[in-house]
Design a protein around this ligand. Sequence first.
Ligand code: FAD
Length: 418
Amino acid sequence: MNHTSKAYDAIIIGGGLGGLVCALALIKRGKKVRLLEKIHMVGGCQGYFTRKGFLFEPCLHSIAEASANGAVVQTLASLGLDETPAFVKLEPTARFIFDDKIFTMPSNFNDYQTLLTQDFPQEALGIEKLYKTMNEIYQGLARFPERVPIIERYSGLVFQQILDEFVSNKRLQAIISGFWGYTGAPPSQASALLYSAWFASLCSEGSYLPQKGISHLVKSLEQTVIEKGGEISLNSPVKKVLIKNGKAYGISLESGEEIKGETIVSNTDATTTFFQMVGEENLPSDFILQLKKLNYALSSFNVFLGVKNGNSLPHDLAAENIIIFPDDDLDSQYQRVLQGKLEKVPYCIAMPTLQNPSLAPKGHHIISLYTPLPYRPEGITNWKDKKEEYTERLISLAENVIPGLRQKIVVKEAATPD
Ligand SMILES: Cc1cc2nc3c(=O)[nH]c(=O)nc-3n(C[C@H](O)[C@H](O)[C@H](O)COP(=O)(O)OP(=O)(O)OC[C@H]3O[C@@H](n4cnc5c(N)ncnc54)[C@H](O)[C@@H]3O)c2cc1C
């Protein structure tokens, strides 16, 4: 079938958080919006699932910028939701576990700086200057597109270069970059500007989780889009953006249906959007060159566990985000990760039920395990064959921190990097 249906002011390809928020922002401006989602539910990476009374929200460990004045809260407050979601500040922000020491990152920046300085007194001045610079970058980026000198100075550099400018101790550098596994690029591979802004935000404002869970927020965004007259079509994969005389005028679905729209917004990744949906023939050559230089960051292997017998974490570890490092050498860890090995790699243990007990049946908890891994590591052609093995190996690693974890498991699921 190939028919063209009615026109919309805006068609949004993809119903992740970005697509849903964009839909509401456009509806607020009086636009007629249609959102097309490939799969059976919206939420994208922030989708969710239930098993035996446990509600798993697999892709959420912490959110930055969710203080009362933060961009997340301000944006949500502007969208006309019935109730602006509340966020709970995590205390501590994280614990970083090394062989010989546990480092706690408190949510208050002064406490954090004091702890860092106590542990690394010879680096005190460097720590102060580093965080001052990172904060200036954070503030500078918020002024985009204004040209700000500090942004121009560090633009194009990697975060490792900022670290090396101010502090030299490798353990200290590893602690400061402690969240690198969440984005899939170590400091030597990651943008100096983005990591500075992210880490500065975590240090100065803390880290948050939505009080009622991310699934509640996703449902609330979806419901509000529909209530306010937007249309959401599930199971509607978009195949092509339709273009005439250099202007997009609609999309075609995999089913063959064509839908016209004045503006097309893509919530999918850049290479899918431009190479598959738009097509190189419709793009300027210098833009194509830039796009071809993009490298995907690491993906991750995740294990989701429902566990019995209450809080399984040793008391001195209680925290939503626990990140375990095999050593201080982040680049060697990254190389091992690229090879798909689960030996001497960083991994994370998160326990969302500490903050939101309603995600699990009474007396139970959710523990999720996460380790960065490539989409397709060397030697792995099909993740399905390796899923069980990696699941068990990740649980074994976690048992170093939570002895007896395996015996407490009542539900077990895993998600491979692909
Ligand atoms: C394991 C993991 C853990 C994470 N942890 C955190 C965290 O703790 N804190 C945090 O802030 N962020 C975290 N993130 C990142 C965060 O989830 C994402 O940055 C965010 O959800 C991305 O939203 P998005 O709307 O931009 O894209 P996506 O969520 O990727 O949405 C894209 C949507 O487009 C749809 N789509 C794709 N192709 C098509 C097509 N052809 N036609 C129609 N629809 C299509 C997809 O199905 C999807 O729904 C995590 C991500 C992962 C994977």
